[in-house]
Design a protein. Structure first.
Length: 349
């Protein structure tokens, strides 16, 4: 049986480079799905100019994959239907896929049935398994849906993956992209070098997930063995808020790739973005307040009513709110609150 291949439109958008927000989960005060605001978030991303959405991923809260919670299918369906009704030519739809092989294959089928283009494959269920088992798992999922690889940092539930693993992963026929998010420069370079040595550097799109070095990842030309590649775009938790500004940032960087010098203003913005993420992602506490921090930014803009998470224990860390206050006031030019205010009534209809 041949592996399913992604649509040519989706591949073209990924390779050209686009903004892909990691879609959060909108809950009400009773921790039930707030469908109205869940839909509003998707509309916001599309209106902001994002070329894709990633749903059912870490930012959407891994708890939704639990059958007892029962939110995986409803959340995927809402996002897919909303994207399908948009005026945008094409929105690349990426579904987070988790669990052991049986569960991951089931989720891949569900994502495919809801019209998702590819699956972002989390390997968190295999924390201590040999890498050969991870590759077998990846191939089993690839038989159902095209793969968007995912190198998730260990502090957020991922694991360290070797150069050889990625080299073999990239040889899976319908692996079409990879999100590199180990928050580690050495590991990031391992993935890029593995892609080049796999011989598929023209077929697989590189996406940064390193919220601590977004601009650096996107402006750097990576060269190994006489071949050069770039990060095409980003699939980021940071781009789940201030998304309109993220779209503007990526367009600015694309212009610079045409041979212009990198201005000091962009380098300055680079550290400002990293400083913002340090507070919002709760780096001081090993990222424990990451998801509530993202929700807090969406609450401040009016897109969410509160920062509620499926797990009641998941909330802002001590001192995190004060740090968020600091960066929120320090960098108003990074925010797109005015864009949200002008359009939110339409998105909430």
């Amino acid at each position: 049986m041949s592996s399913p291949m992604p649509s040519k439109k989706a591949v073209r958008i990924l390779r050209k480079g686009t903004v892909i927000p990691a879609h959060p989960l909108a809950l009400d005060a009773r921790r039930r799905l707030d469908e109205r605001r869940q839909v509003a978030l998707t509309r916001y991303y599309i209106a902001a100019g994002a070329g894709g959405i990633a749903v059912g991923v870490h930012t959407t809260q891994f708890e939704i994959h639990d059958s007892k919670v029962g939110l995986y299918r409803p959340v995927l369906e809402l996002a897919s239907e909303t994207a399908g009704k948009s005026a945008s030519e094409t929105i690349v739809k990426i579904a987070g896929i988790c669990g052991n092989t049986r569960d991951a294959v089931r989720e891949a089928r569900e994502a495919r049935d809801y019209g998702y283009d590819m699956g972002l494959l989390s390997l968190g269920a295999f924390r201590n398994a040999p890498e050969a088992k991870l590759l077998d798992h990846s191939r089993a999922v690839a038989d159902i849906i095209p793969l968007f690889g995912f190198y998730l940092q260990p502090l957020a539930g991922g694991r360290t993956l070797s150069f050889r693993f990625w080299q073999q992963f990239f040889r899976i026929e319908n692996a079409v992209a990879v999100k590199i998010a180990p928050f580690n420069r050495y590991s990031t370079l391992d993935v890029i070098r593995a892609l080049i040595t796999s011989g598929r550097e023209k077929e697989i799109a590189l996406y940064t997930g390193n919220d601590d070095s977004i601009v650096a990842d996107l402006v750097t030309p990576y060269e190994f063995y006489g071949k050069r590649v770039r990060m095409a775009g980003g699939l980021l938790g940071h781009w789940a808020f201030w998304t309109r500004k993220a779209v503007e940032l990526l367009e600015e960087i694309k212009e610079l790739r045409r041979g212009k010098e990198i201005p000091c203003s962009l380098l300055k913005k680079s550290f400002q973005i990293t400083d913002s993420n340090s507070a919002i992602f709760d780096a001081a506490n090993n990222f424990r307040g990451c998801i509530p921090g993202i929700n807090e930014m969406l609450r401040r803009s009016g897109l969410l009513k509160g920062i509620w998470c499926s797990n009641p224990a998941e909330t802002l860390s001590p001192g995190q709110k004060e740090e968020i206050d600091r960066v929120y006031l320090a960098y108003p030019h990074l925010r797109d609150d005015s864009f949200v205010r002008e359009n939110i009534d339409t998105w909430l209809r």
